[in-house]
Design a protein around this ligand. Structure first.
Ligand code: DAT
Ligand code: MG
Length: 153
């Protein structure tokens, strides 16, 4: 079993559309464990740090404007292969191609309004978690349902 942590954001469109609970519910039901959560307005500086990997892409400017356009929910979810599992739950980047049953496939239509962010690799997850959270803000807790979710628990 590979336990990972991944950074998930409910982007401003998800917050404005009242989908925070719906989105959290998807990850919770999946069996991932919430270890950190905050509601915040991202500053342009934070947005630029978070999206630094996309700096040279043509859509960078609109991406930064979108992510600072309203508050977001930042979360850290933990579990077996959490990074890939969370991305599968989110659906592909362009909601038009995202499978029904995924967050983007159920609630999105446009790539520039795709509701959620999720880390794409262990390296980026570690980087992104540390951008949003101090170590003391991440809670190490046990769930008493663990053995019903993970065979090795
Ligand atoms: P993901 O969010 O699925 O990890 P990504 O990291 O490749 O996708 O891109 C980050 C965000 O940038 C993505 O959620 C939406 C936007 N984006 C990506 N490709 C784009 C494109 N071709 N045109 C417009 N926006 C794009
Ligand atoms: Mg990405």
């Amino acid at each position: 079993m590979t336990v990972e942590r991944t950074l998930i954001l409910v982007k401003p469109d998800g917050v404005q559309r009242g989908l925070i609970g719906e989105i959290i519910n998807r990850f919770e039901r999946r069996g991932l464990k919430l270890v950190g959560m905050k509601f915040l307005q991202m500053s342009p500086e934070l947005a630029e740090t978070h999206y630094a990997v996309h700096k040279e892409r043509p859509f960078y400017q609109s991406l930064v404007e979108y992510i600072v356009s309203g508050p977001v929910v930042a979360m850290v979810w933990q579990g077996h292969d959490a990074i890939a599992a969370a991305r599968a739950t989110m659906g592909t980047t362009n909601p038009v191609q995202a499978a029904p049953g995924t967050i983007r496939g159920d609630f999105g239509l446009e790539i520039g309004r795709n509701l959620v962010h999720g880390s794409d690799s262990p390296e980026n997850a570690a980087k992104e978690v540390s951008i949003f959270f101090d170590d003391v803000e991440l809670v190490d807790w046990s769930r008493n349902t663990e053995s019903w979710i993970s065979e090795s628990a």
